[in-house]
Design a protein around this ligand. Structure first.
Ligand SMILES: [Zn+2]
Length: 705
């Protein structure tokens, strides 16, 4: 649930100027970014791209799109769907190509120079985007087509493109007067850089903290593999002979689950929750205040009550009231469960003779103990069955069973880092679907979390399908000298999740760039990803990949039963942790008085209002809530639970017809995965399911009924 899909915000990536000069190579003839990619499958020639190539390529690509826009605007013929709306969708090819590569690498393989360059490029892109959306002649033409839409005999996808294009102009300020347009430009430019700086600070803070253990007594309780991984992390930091834990989740969570050293658990946990909140150069509070103010100002300028209303207008949820209603309904039930869980953990502490109150840094430790006691299930005992390569092959196998897809590794294709592997994705009959990159392990140059992204979006040109290039980026448990990468159950779920997004991007069959793949409403985009998570605990699916990494033995049924029996375990905690972050996001973006903002006090009040218990800390505190301050999830973090209603309901069809049922899978593919944003999400959903979703399957799945 914590994962994100970096959607292509077609024209919306922004930053600010930097003091550092970055070299430019203005010779376009030698610039691989502006040439046709002379590589297998026309993938980006990562081995040839240098930092100096980006800025000239982007400047050139912007000029190219400006020429294309001029042609549209100066067309002497009456505006038509083809010569205006379609032509606009087809423009900007080169810019999209370069911008995607730059931004993808900025997240997955960055460095300080690149971050500085990003802050230079962002305002350029922001201004270019505004030049299009605030182009009065272009809007006039679009408006003419829009007003005449009933007479145009457009198909569903064309109607959707027209509607989306028209709305993007209106929401982009096309109806504002000149002075307001200027204000909007400034806001967009400033926001573009602030959101980047926010992310840079979070990454710097994540890389900065190290829990260094010098004395092996302080390793008490930790499983051997966890100790081994910490010793290798220490070596990477030139701390041979010691052990290092970081606040990357793949390092921190096992420590919190198993370390008997309560003071050290507290130390690492506090380092995590105080990220970018230390009143130093990496502090995000000032940036947050500015972002909140600017977002509010922008929403008001455009005639909306607040930023959340502005965002939600374009989502399935439609308005903040609907979101709050859903969050309240779930929170009420989940809090009761979480309080019971806290009570059980406290009892465990008391029974052990511990004379202290349960704190947030104790939760993982005691819940892990309780899981063992109640279900005889040790999370670590599962890992040997979840060797990364086996899980990957199992996922590929599942995609073959459901959709007939094949995945063939392509050795020797250019990649941006040695950890990246490329696969060709093929239909059952061998025809080409697209390319999939995988990039699994954490490193200092990579942002935290897991995401799917796109290097080339699917679309059709003269009826011919341009195949997509998709990437999955994760921060999974690394292999050690002695052992391969053995995933936790949570990481397996994450992998399935991101793979679901990848299928959405790969299987797209849309005409238009702006509507293809994962370019759907924010609270719909998690349906294809989350539905994949439902498959994981199914015994038939586990048999596909859960093989012991040494013996090849399939996971014993007894262990599978333990997973199934413990399905409701710790759910109160998980839901409350997540829902409280959704509330926090909504509270920030419905805030009307932004005159003086005290970030931590606001957060405290927001959490108090929903009755969050002190033993649980909100999943993301404001100062490192990258989903809403760097990525495009502002007033959208609720999307995961919204989509979970959909995926729980949708998965019932798989359960009813058999989880490997080909016709159910085919229907999901043709009605949802192939359709991108070419129709309204509810229409797509109903054409798969035959009815609107109900909340009961979700509540049942979570044990909240
Ligand atoms: Zn996702």
């Amino acid at each position: 649930m914590k994962h994100l899909s970096l959607l292509i915000v077609i024209l919306g990536i922004i930053f600010w100027s930097s003091c550092k000069t970055i070299k430019k190579d203005n010779n376009l003839e030698n610039n691989p970014l502006v040439q046709k990619f002379n590589t297998q499958f026309e993938v980006p020639p990562f081995d040839k791209i240098k930092l100096a190539h980006y800025l000239p390529a982007i400047e050139f690509a912007i000029k190219e799109q400006e020429k294309e826009i001029d042609v549209i605007v100066n067309n002497q013929e009456e505006p038509t769907f083809a010569n205006t709306v379609e032509a606009l969708d087809m423009s900007g090819n080169l810019l999209n190509k370069v911008d995607l590569i730059f931004n993808n690498l900025l997240s997955a393989n960055t460095n300080e120079e690149m971050q500085n360059l990003a802050k230079k490029i962002a305002p350029i892109i922001s201004n270019h985007s505004d030049n299009i959306l605030l182009n009065a002649k272009l809007f006039d033409r679009t408006n003419t087509v829009y007003n005449n839409r009933k007479n145009l005999n457009l198909n569903t996808e064309q109607s959707t493109l027209l509607e989306e294009t028209y709305k993007s102009f209106v929401r982009g300020g096309a109806n504002l007067n000149d002075s307001d347009k200027e204000t909007l430009r400034q806001i967009n430019e400033e926001l573009s850089v602030l959101t980047l700086s926010f992310g840079d600070n979070v990454l710097a803070e994540t890389n900065k903290f190290k829990l260094i253990i010098e004395n092996d007594e302080n390793l008490a309780g930790l499983p051997e593999d966890v100790i081994k991984a910490a010793s290798e992390t220490a070596k990477e930091s030139d701390l041979d002979g010691k052990w290092v834990f970081t606040i990357q989740k793949s390092s921190m969570i096992p420590f919190l689950q198993y370390s008997e050293m309560r003071d050290l658990r507290e130390k690492i946990f506090k380092a995590y929750i105080n990220k970018a909140d230390k009143n130093d150069e990496y502090d995000n509070k000032e940036i947050i205040s500015k972002i909140i103010k600017l977002r509010y100002k922008k929403a008001r300028l455009l005639g909306y009550k607040d930023h959340a209303s502005y965002v939600l207008e374009r989502n399935m949820a439609e308005n903040p009231e609907n979101v709050y209603a859903l969050l309240n309904k779930i929170m009420e039930k989940a809090l009761i469960v979480a309080k019971k869980e806290a009570k059980n953990l406290q009892e465990m502490i008391n029974n052990e003779g511990g004379k202290f109150e349960l704190k947030p840094w104790d939760w993982w430790y005691y819940s892990e103990k309780l899981r063992k006691e109640k279900y005889d299930l040790d999370e670590e005992a599962l890992r040997p069955y979840f060797k990364l390569e086996n899980v990957r092959d199992g996922i590929f196998k599942l995609a073959q069973i459901l959709y007939g897809l094949q995945f063939v590794e392509i050795p020797g294709i250019p990649v941006y880092h040695e950890d990246v592997t490329a696969f060709e994705v093929l239909e059952e009959d061998g025809s080409h679907v697209g390319i999939l990159y995988t990039d699994f392990f954490p490193r200092a140059s990579k942002r935290g979390g897991a995401w799917m992204t796109v290097y080339r979006k699917e679309k059709k040109v003269d009826g011919e399908r341009i195949p997509p290039i998709i990437s999955i980026v994760c921060n999974f448990t690394k292999p050690t000298d002695e052992k391969p990468s053995l995933l936790s159950y949570e990481e397996v779920l994450t992998f399935f999740h991101e793979f679901g997004h990848a299928l959405h991007g790969l299987l797209s069959q849309c005409e238009y760039y702006g509507l293809s793949g994962t370019s759907v409403q924010r609270d719909f985009v998690e349906l294809p990803s989350q539905i994949m998570e439902n498959f994981v605990p199914e015994p038939e699916v586990l048999k596909l990949f859960a093989k012991h990494y040494k013996t090849g033995e399939i996971i014993p049924q007894e262990l599978v039963n333990k997973i199934i029996n413990s399905a409701y375990f710790n759910k109160g905690f998980e839901i409350v942790e997540y829902i409280s972050a959704s509330f926090l996001d909504m509270d920030w973006h419905t805030l009307a008085d932004t005159s003086s903002i005290d970030v931590n006090e606001f957060e405290r009040q927001s959490m108090e209002k929903i009755g969050l218990i002190p033993e649980i800390i909100v999943r993301y505190r404001t100062t490192y809530f990258s989903h809403v301050f760097t990525w495009a999830y502002s007033a959208g973090y609720y999307s995961y639970v919204w989509a979970e209603l959909l995926d729980s309901d949708a998965y019932e069809s798989f359960k009813e017809n058999g989880i490997f049922d080909k016709s159910t899978a085919q229907s999901f593919r043709t009605n949802i995965l192939e359709k991108g944003g070419s129709d309204k999400p509810m229409n797509l959903y109903k054409s798969f399911k035959g009815a609107e979703p109900s909340i009961e399957p979700y509540l049942r799945k979570k044990g909240l009924l």
